[in-house]
Design a protein. Structure first.
Length: 402
């Protein structure tokens, strides 16, 4: 093939390629069509409706069940043996019931000795009475003799020595009478001592019957059959007077000013299936300087399931109020100021509010919020004033929201 032929073929090929490019180019390099803009949906936020409800503010306390008042039954006798036991732990007793009996044989012996001494003293007094009568007769005779001697002396019939003898005889009779009376007084005093000894022994004999000092429930028994009692060993029985029990609890000093006598309480006894009711009976006037705690006593209305020594948990009702309330989680604090994120027309609006009672996960809103308004259930969840949101309504206490 000649050089001219090759050149002609090349030019023809270039021209054909250019025609193809010219045909394709307008379609391949045209500007793309504009896609439609999709509007983004506002974020979904959970909201709740402010409702009017009863709020009960409570204070939790823990403590131990104790007897309201206790009485001790025992004896101050020493060395006596317990011969009988008539009561045991958990028994209910009445005032005057014999709980235990002690051996009184040694005391009976002492009583017999004292009664013998008393009989002897009475015999001595009777003897003194006879001596007094004899001395009175002797004194009377001596005085009569003295009167005759004086009469004879005045007439000059009797000598002065006879008068002196009569005077001395009268003085001697008078002294014998006085001595007899003093001896009788001493015997009477001795009889009084013996009677006192007898009363003391009788009192000890009475104490050999250990009696209940009050109606109540026996909490503890330290007496054992055949055991020897001692005054220094403590009471033989410990009794809860009238069987009344109460919860002894401690409270922080900051909470004490909110408490008052008569406030209601619910008591949960460890292991008990149901709760007991009670009221505050006593509030300690003093705070422990080390623990900064004060003590209170809650009297239990019933004691069927409670036992002294039980651990117990109490809920004291401090305040009961009706008001508009929202969940605690809905409250936002900014520099000590309480705020609620209210949802109006699907838009967030932060509103300062005044709070009241807190109870059961809810807080009372005294001002700044009306019943029926919707608020963000969890404040501060990535939304701010003016943000658009999609409200998702929650249920409160099982009540469905529209």
């Amino acid at each position: 093939m000649s050089r001219n032929t090759i050149l002609a073929v090349s030019v023809a090929a270039l021209l054909a390629g250019g025609a193809v490019v010219a045909t394709i180019a307008p379609t391949s390099f045209a500007a793309p069509e504009t896609e439609p803009i999709v509007k983004q949906k506002p974020p979904a936020i959970r909201v709740v409706t402010a409702e009017r409800r009863e709020l009960v503010e409570k204070l939790s306390v823990t403590g131990t069940v104790v007897a309201r008042e206790e009485a001790a039954a025992g004896t101050d006798l020493n060395g006596l043996t317990v011969t009988a036991l008539n009561a045991d732990l958990g028994d209910r007793v009445s005032k005057g019931d014999v709980l235990a009996v002690l051996d009184r044989s040694s005391l009976d012996t002492q009583l017999a000795q004292v009664e013998a001494s008393r009989a002897q003293a009475e015999a001595s007094i009777a003897q003194m009475d006879a001596q007094i009568v004899d001395a009175q007769v002797g004194l009377k005779q001596a005085n009569e003799t003295l009167e005759r001697a004086r009469a004879l002396q005045q007439k000059g019939v009797a000598a002065k020595a006879q008068l002196d003898d009569a005077v001395n005889a009268a003085d001697s009779a008078r002294a014998k009478l006085l001595s007899a009376k003093r001896a009788r007084a001493a015997a009477q005093a001795q009889l009084g001592v013996i009677d006192a000894q007898k009363r003391n022994i009788q009192l000890q004999i009475d104490k050999t019957e250990v009696r209940a000092p009050a109606d109540g429930l026996i909490l503890e028994r330290n007496a054992t059959l055949g055991g020897i009692v001692s005054a220094g060993s403590g009471p033989l029985f410990r009794i809860a007077i009238d069987g009344k029990l109460e919860l002894a609890a401690t409270v922080a000093e900051t909470a004490l000013p909110t408490l008052a006598k008569g406030m209601k309480a619910e008591i949960a006894i460890a292991g008990a299936p149901q709760k007991l009711t009670g009221r505050i009976r006593r509030i300690s006037p003093e705070i422990n300087q080390n623990s900064r705690l004060g003590s209170i006593r809650i009297a239990l209305d019933t004691h069927d399931i409670a036992r002294a020594g039980n651990f117990a948990h109490g809920e004291i009702e401090i305040l009961r109020n009706q008001g508009v309330a929202v969940p605690d989680s809905a409250v936002l604090f900014d520099g000590g100021r309480a705020l609620l994120q209210i949802v109006e027309s699907d838009r967030i609006k932060s509103m300062p509010v005044t709070l009241g009672v807190r109870a059961g996960g809810f807080v009372e809103v005294k001002s700044g919020l009306a019943e029926g308004q919707e608020v963000v259930s969890r404040a501060g969840t990535f939304v701010a004033d003016g943000d658009l949101v999609t409200p998702v309504r929650e249920q409160i206490a099982g009540v469905p929201k529209p």
